[in-house]
Design a protein. Sequence first.
Length: 856
Amino acid sequence: MPGKNLSRDEAQQRASLLSVHGYEVHLDVTSAPDADATTFRSTTTIRFSCTTPGAGSFADLLAPSMRAATLNGRRLDPAAVFDGARVALEGLEAENVLVVDADCAYSRTGEGLHRFTDPADGETYLYTHYEPAEARRVFANFEQPDLKAPYRFTVTAPAAWDVYSNAAEESVTEQDGAKVWRFLETKPISTYLTAVVAGPYHVVRDHWSRELPDGSTLEIPLAATCRRSLAPHFDAEEIFEVTKQGLDFFHEEFQYPYPFGKYDQCFVPEYNIGAMENPGCVTFKEDFVFRSRVTEAAYENRANVVLHEMAHMWFGDLVTMKWWDDLWLKESFADFMGSFGQQEATKYQAAWVTFANQRKAWAYRQDQYPTTHPITADIRDVEDAKLNFDGITYAKGAAVLKQLVAYAGRDAFFEGARRYFQQHAFGNTVLGDLLEVLAVTSGRGEQAMAEWSAAWLQTAGVNSLTPQVTVDAEGRITELAIEQGGEVLRPHRIAVGLYDREADGALVRTARFELDVTGARSAVAEAAGRPRPALILVNDDDLTYCKIRFDADSLATLRTSLGDIREPLARALAWSACWNMTRDGLLPARDYLDLVVRFAGSESDIGVLQTLHAQARSALDVFADPGYRAEGGRLLAESALRELRAAAPGSDQQLAWARFLAATAQGEAEFQLLEGLLAGTARIDGLEVDQDLRWSLWIALAAAGRATVEQLDAELKRDHTASGSQKATQALAARPTAAAKAAAWSAVADSDQLPNAMVGAQTAGFQQAGQRELTAPYTARYFELLESIWAERSIEIAIRFVGGFFPRLQTDEATLAATDAWLTEHQQAAPALRRLVLECRDELARALRAQAADRG
Ligand SMILES: [Zn+2]
């Protein structure tokens, strides 16, 4: 559709012409509970000025129809000015009033105004999600982050509903059997940050207050909402606890009072991402409402997301990037602050371990794709923007900020943030605005900050740091040097740790040296003369962003003793380094699996353990030589069973191993245990087989051909919920029959009616490592459909199709050749589509290299 993919050039042009005084938006969603109603009425009044009277511009609106529009009282002919994506505006005056009356569509893709009907009780729920550019699906606007304006929302909704928005409600009145919710005017914010949440949501309220330096008291009402049928599982107190800790922490550090009045946190169904920082009305995926037992890692992750979104109230909402090139300005900060705040202000003390081990793995993966980009990116249009919510913008950006804190100092970093908020409140910024304050507060000066920025923010790629050690006849270090690899060499502030055994066998740090690594080779002068240690760990304490390598002796120590490293962070770094080496073909996949089999059982950090489980699956399914898969799979399954039986009853480790057994089971005895756990005829002391675990077991059995449709239907009757429906769909798609594969494929490929969550369930079930032959015929169909799916579906669904159905388990030369052929023949395909396929292609090529390394 022309005009749907708004470009940076168009946005710049429009921002140079227009400034927006305010929006009044009226949405009538009284039809929402009627499943046959496909649209809702949306009326928008925009007051704005134009620097060049007589000029033309446009408003954005993605809607099935526009009923009417007036510009400065002049009627516009819908047929002439509206093309489905834009409203053409000609003959602008210095001051303008645009009124657009449209029918907008209820969404089932999580973009725009999403509508969901709860299978448990038939209740209907709505919420909006816009980033980067979907507010135009709900009301006419100027959809770009730098045209900020205040909003007044009015929502007419069914009488039994509650409605939430960015601002508090001003009045709620009855009208024709419905209720009209008028909200107070918001502060000036960007279109993508506006929000409406409506439905019979369950709500829990609380309150936070704080005395400000001027003696006044800041009062912030808190609310947390979820669907009614989830209310029995909703632990709002725990959410409020983290919320209050975060509000205290950010006020302490930022010294800028929370500016958006109230703080609602809404947990919503079928949400496409983890959460969204709408000012005063944050939306979260409702997987964060735990229906079944989850491990501490899940609570930790949720707390991290709560703090991430809260940090955005300042970084992103109060001060917003001018365009999506500087998306990192908000995401890197929020990601960093999520972990930082967690460590400093909450009970979750493994935040930096999780960051080092999981979050950075995402960055390292993304940064080695041919499509990687500098943290400050070149974003030509909103399709580009959609794809840049990636491992670079979030995790690498956050890692680089962690490095900046090591480089500039914590106080300088926060003083820079405080000045940045003061200078740019309610405005828009670019990279230079931040560097300017940091140059002053760090004391390092403009030149140094510019160099730092050029190295870290404006170039792509990851360095490797490898220790080179020479030893004399007495076993003493004559020289320890750090060699830096990579296309662009960067300044790294790092710590190097030397580890040796204690009497009890534990590997502990006996020396730590902090230094700047600048060029290709940097000596660690203080290490000379010390005895050669058992293990040399570069980037100890995880100060910088790099791939850690080892000298031969240290690697030998890890092979026999990785689990003996006492400190959780150092151990997590060792695991992470071994995983990167496996991906790079420097450590055979079977050796990585051997490490997992031998040492995962003693891993005390539950988040690290769960990461090991996921990575072991990838190592086996993708990176191991196909000839080794059967044996490697058997070893993993045996270890899962052994560790499950050995784990402390009722522990997180026990639950994690139970899930891992379901994911790896392949022998008759293992499957019989899974069946027995479901039937209640087998027990593992302390292990509660609750609903989520039941579904994990059913999916495993379904994939192995050991679950009938009748059994899965019966389980769905037992768990007739949103989550149950998704899991049942995944289990049905996982069955090892040609018909099951065809049905899953067709449900997504042949119809655009499937909601986002169900698309995910179908693709997850479709791809099974043990079913490569069954799914092989779909490779050709996949490439045939790519372009039409991209053109016809919403971008969210198209992304799910491209990633979900890519034949990633067909790790062979033929699939690589088919991918290359598509890329060669589709040079003109949408850049965002090509980017996704290039990334899948790169994973496949990496898998083939790793398999060759594993064959030896
Ligand atoms: Zn964010």
